[in-house]
Design a protein around this ligand. Structure first.
Ligand SMILES: *[C@@H]1O[C@H](CO)[C@@H](O)[C@H](O)[C@H]1NC(C)=O
Ligand SMILES: *[C@@H]1O[C@H](CO)[C@@H](O)[C@H](O)[C@H]1NC(C)=O
Ligand SMILES: *[C@@H]1O[C@H](CO)[C@@H](O)[C@H](O)[C@H]1NC(C)=O
Length: 196
């Protein structure tokens, strides 16, 4: 009797674990599929995995997720840049000038990404092509702003400069991924069977 109930528990636990594994795997396949159009796929999967269960196969939801995650990332890099400036962590006039320009670029990037999210929240079939054009323009502009920041530090040295370059590069990869997800939406269109 005790053996039987132990076996029952065992079967119950294995079934539960299988289901948990299966569900996790099911979710994972959604994000992997969505991220397959991006350039930095591992980063895409890592940053967007939590949207799997809501976005599933909807290109418009993945595009929106990509842009909102990008806003969070770009804002937090901007925060870090502001701290470098406030605490005067960069030495030299050239570094300080590059940092001020970079902060300006990131402010613009945040604006452009916010406008993009606004469009993604208000998609409509009648204005879809114009909306896709605006999104492409603004997200590309955000990417250009991030690149401009990096250009300002080209050849500069120092521990904090190195960190800054890594943050900005990472933000630009995440932005590039968001742009790819938007381009995917542009080619799929609204109202596909997977995008109600
Ligand atoms: C949302 O889209 C409609 C038409 O598609 C437009 O009239 C309206 O101004 C838009 N709203 C916002 C907040 O952009
Ligand atoms: C901001 O700086 C902290 C500590 O220096 C770092 O751990 C974090 O990754 C940076 N944030 C971003 C978004 O790069
Ligand atoms: C890049 O950003 C992601 C998401 O915020 C973070 O998990 C990762 O640690 C970052 N990588 C670097 C090198 O800053």
């Amino acid at each position: 009797m005790r053996m039987a109930s132990a076996a029952c528990i065992h079967i119950f636990v294995s079934t539960f674990m299988f289901l948990a594994w299966f569900m996790a795997k099911g979710d994972d396949s959604y994000v992997r599929d969505a991220c397959s159009v991006t350039r930095y796929q591992d980063l895409c999967v890592h940053t967007l995995a939590s949207f799997s269960s809501t976005a599933k196969r909807s290109p418009s939801k993945w595009a929106r997720a990509g842009v909102s995650v990008t806003i969070g990332e770009v804002k937090s890099v901007a925060q870090n840049l502001t701290e470098l400036k406030e605490f005067q962590l960069l030495r030299g006039r050239r570094n300080r000038a590059a940092l001020s320009d970079c902060i300006e670029c990131f402010r613009d990037a945040v604006d452009e990404l916010h406008k993009s999210l606004g469009v993604l929240r208000n998609l409509s079939k009648s204005t879809f092509d114009i909306q896709m054009g605006d999104l492409n323009t603004w997200i590309s502009a955000a990417l250009t702003n991030e690149d401009t920041c990096l250009d300002g530090f080209e050849g500069h040295k120092g521990k904090h400069v190195k960190s800054l370059q890594n943050w900005v590069l990472n933000a630009s990869y995440i932005t590039s991924n968001a742009l790819a997800l938007v381009n995917k939406l542009a080619t799929t269109g609204l109202g596909s069977p997977t995008d109600p």
